[in-house]
Design a protein around this ligand. Structure first.
Ligand code: AHR
Length: 490
């Protein structure tokens, strides 16, 4: 088949906020302990952070990392993770039935984030926590000094404020599984008051209100309306979360799941704009897709894990090559909405549904999904362009008829990047780029992720089974992810 990809320099979608390439570290499983932090590991630095993991995180290019949860945050007392490590409490962690030692908290995490060339996106507890405790955390982190909380931070060894700019007002508060689950009315009021107090403590911060945990929630739609009705003027972003999986082993359908993400984003945009009109507001609500990924491989294994362990191996999905194609399609979808989706977090970063895996005391390696994320993060920064693909369509099960090729063009400095997934399971596509307004284009690179075996995985023993290879600049192979980079004359 042929795939004609059209983009015109006169038709940008919008600037890509670098935070679109965010990720997430939760106190869950081995994300923190055995993931980013393992003082006895041969590569551990003076603070106990694994340098092998830091190297992979830096390679991935993650400008912001959400922390410390997730469901974890709704039972969390942030003060447990500050000050003298020897005095920190061990607690029963109720969201994931684990033991939390509190050897890592915000004191350590903000230091890790600097080493990872990243910023912290901090979540406050609005499940069992109060708006005042949320304000206290902002004061501890960001107030220069001269108050009990800011001086406590200084006594703990951090003279300079942490300067955390992006804050989540709780996590998935619409979910009955959430500790301290609230109705939309209860949450909307709590979010409003927390945002007010937090912004009084530091007016430079931005805050994100919780939207729905996924588009299938029974309250989806009304939750957003009722929450925004109560806090529209106080908040800056509304969150979306979504995880996908090939549960029925139907790859053609699975490769179409980005349609769900696309429709979810469109619906939330419409709700936000309706509320803007109702409020007669000048403010446009931006979106934070702060949990997205593939998550299904580990569901059964997790049911066998005994409770009350420190850092049990929970949510350790081993990703296949086809999962990497899905992650590629989801990245393209986020970029198509770069005008409204300003923050997105691949959930999560290390060991827990993550692009990076580790062995305790051993190796660290890149899973299949590492590669499309890395290539987009490295080359699809700048301006997302309206992109149209003319190609035959294919059937994607419950998602219906979809184009065989999914693509987005991005103007990035003096380069034009095209990201494309050929979701056809049978046919290669001959690429016909019709990229207008950039003058002469010179192909700099065609890199692709391709494997005959859709179920191929990377492991500690074979960490490079799935990795990018050079393409010919003309062919989008069947079931492949592609990065094409062109130079243009300014
Ligand atoms: O990322 C894993 C979990 O998924 C998070 O803790 C929660 O917010 C979501 O349901």
């Amino acid at each position: 088949m042929r795939a004609k990809i059209f983009a015109d320099r006169a038709f940008p979608i919008g600037e890509i906020d670098p935070r679109l390439y965010g990720s997430f570290i939760e106190h869950l499983g081995r994300a923190v302990y055995g993931g980013i932090y393992e003082p006895d590991h041969p590569t551990a630095d003076e603070e106990g952070f694994r340098k092998d993991v830091l190297d992979l995180v830096k390679k991935l290019g993650v400008p912001i990392v959400r922390y410390p949860g997730g469901n974890f945050v709704s039972g969390y007392r942030w003060e447990d993770g500050t000050g003298d490590k020897a005095k920190r409490p061990r607690r029963a962690e109720l969201a994931w039935n684990s033991i939390e030692t509190n050897q890592v908290g915000i004191d350590e995490f903000q230091s890790w984030a600097k080493k990872a060339d990243s910023q912290v996106m901090m979540a406050v507890n609005l499940g069992t926590g109060t708006p005042r405790e949320a304000g206290d955390l902002v004061e501890y982190c960001n107030f220069p000094g001269g108050t009990e909380l800011s001086d406590r931070r200084r006594k703990n060894g951090f003279e300079k404020p942490f300067g955390i700019r992006t804050w989540c007002l709780g996590n998935e508060m619409d979910g009955p599984w959430q500790i301290g689950h609230k109705t939309a009315e209860e949450y909307g009021r709590a979010a409003c008051e927390a945002a007010k107090i937090m912004k009084l403590a530091d007016p430079s911060i931005e805050v994100i209100a919780c939207g729905s945990s996924h588009s299938g929630m029974p309250t989806f739609g009304t939750w957003e309306m009722e929450v925004l009705d109560r806090c529209y003027e106080q908040v800056d972003y509304l969150s979306l979360h979504s995880y996908y999986g090939n549960r029925s082993n139907d790859t053609a359908e699975y490769l179409g799941c980005c349609r769900d993400m696309d429709e979810f984003i469109r619906s939330v945009e419409a709700i936000c704009d309706a509320m803007k009109a109702v409020k007669r507001s000048d403010k446009t609500m931006y979106l934070s897709f702060d949990e997205w990924n593939v998550w299904f491989h580990s569901n059964d294994a997790d049911k066998q894990i005994a409770p009350w362990q420190v850092a049990p191996p929970l949510l350790e999905d081993i990703y296949t090559f086809e999962d990497a194609l899905v992650v590629g399609c989801l990245l393209i979808t986020l970029l198509k909405h770069a005008d409204r989706v300003k923050i997105a977090c691949l959930a999560q970063l290390v060991n827990v549904i993550a692009p990076i895996m580790t062995e305790n005391g051993g190796k660290a390696w890149a899973q299949t999904i590492f590669w499309p994320f890395l290539q987009a993060s490295a080359h699809a920064r700048g301006k997302a362009m309206l992109t149209r693909v003319e190609c035959p369509s294919c059937q994607a099960g419950k998602y219906g008829e979809m184009p065989s090729v999914e693509a987005i063009a991005v103007e990035n400095g003096g380069e034009l990047t095209v990201l494309a997934v050929n979701r056809s399971l049978e046919e290669d596509a001959e690429l016909e780029p019709d990229l207008r307004g950039w003058g002469n284009l010179t192909l700099l690179e065609h890199s692709r992720l391709y494997c005959d075996d859709l179920k191929a995985v990377n492991t500690a023993a074979d960490p490079e089974r799935v990795k990018p290879e050079a393409g010919d600049g003309k062919t989008l192979r069947r079931h492949s992810w592609n990065l094409l980079r062109y130079r243009f004359e300014q």
